[in-house]
Design a protein around this ligand. Sequence first.
Ligand code: NAD
Length: 381
Amino acid sequence: MTLNRREFAQLGALSLAAGFMRALPAQTPPAAAPRKTGYAVIGLGRIAAHFMPGAVNSTNSAITGLVSGHRDKAEKIAAQYGVPLASIYSYDNFDEIAHNPAIDAVYVALPNSMHAEFTIRAAKAGKHVLCEKPMATTVADSEAMIAACKAANVKLMIAYRCHFEPVHLRSIQLIHSGQLGQVQAISSCFGYNIAPGEWRLNKKLAGGGPLYDVGIYSLNACRYLTGEEPAALEAYASTIDHDSRFSEVEENTAWTMRFPSGIVASCATTYGANMSGYFKVYGSKGWLAIDPAFNYEGVHLHGELSGQALDELSPSHDPYQFQAEAEHFSHCVENNLEPQCPGEEGLRDMKYIAEIYRSAGIPVPWRMEPVSVVSGPPRTS
Ligand code: NAD
């Protein structure tokens, strides 16, 4: 099925609308509203400010707890979302959420190296976990997070919001249905010129440089676009600006991957230049690009398929990606289903990140155990 831009926008709007409408039987008194999945948000920074409105826009999610080191900030946000003051926790008394029945799940939006501790503590408190990307800073921590959630019988999902972005789903459909022909090559970049003083420049908190932060979008996209796992990869890293920003983490990383089918991918990420996130996929019957690809809105698909121009602007606006993510995870919690991006999906990216670091000659990050995920036939096939 080929849709033009207007039809696609209509379809997007219809499917969004359909997904958010509750089917109530006509002429019967409205039943009590179904209980929503209540989230405690841990870390009230920039990304949490997108997630919270997204969650409350969904049909099945609510903000019912806040966890912060700043009580005054938490009280202001609590007033905004109707969270009782008794449901505000500090990082120290966080474990008391175990006794709060209004909290079903947590949303972990802390610096990367803190994801493991709070995921494991949440699991021990019997709460489901939606954790921001990157899953953690080490493979060992990622495995411990999965094990803790399994032991506590709670769900774990990594918040890869692009898995819910309509035009990403559309490009996956175009590729997997063969409309692009045989995919041969992918290129993808994402980076920005980072300001000094960010926790992202602290290796213990961040794990490493831009690969952990934004390069992971290109890595994850290459995997869902191909539907394959890399068979081999090779990487380079560099730091050009010897200013105070890069005393702990590298400034640039570039890597190539070969997938089992022979598809080759080339990716780069930086903290030294503003690089609008994009990907381009080249197939025997045409090409497609999403540029910008990883923004919260304005995501734009274009290309050419068998001589026909492709030009589709995503119908979604911020915070739709977060709304869809919350809707999906809450649905999984309510119905005991496996989420779209479980911990194992985050773990795979962590293993590839470890391999990229190893190939680039950067000592594997703190507490990262060596793993070997690169296998398969020799590099030239
Ligand atoms: P941020 O700096 O804006 O917020 C981090 C929060 O953690 C703040 O509320 C801060 O007070 C708290 N915090 C607790 N201990 C801290 C410490 N020792 N140092 C610094 N902050 C501390 O960061 P952010 O941009 O919201 O990123 C948080 C997480 O979300 C990261 O893992 C990041 O990779 C991820 N993220 C995801 C997306 C996405 O689109 N999915 C976008 C941005 C960030």
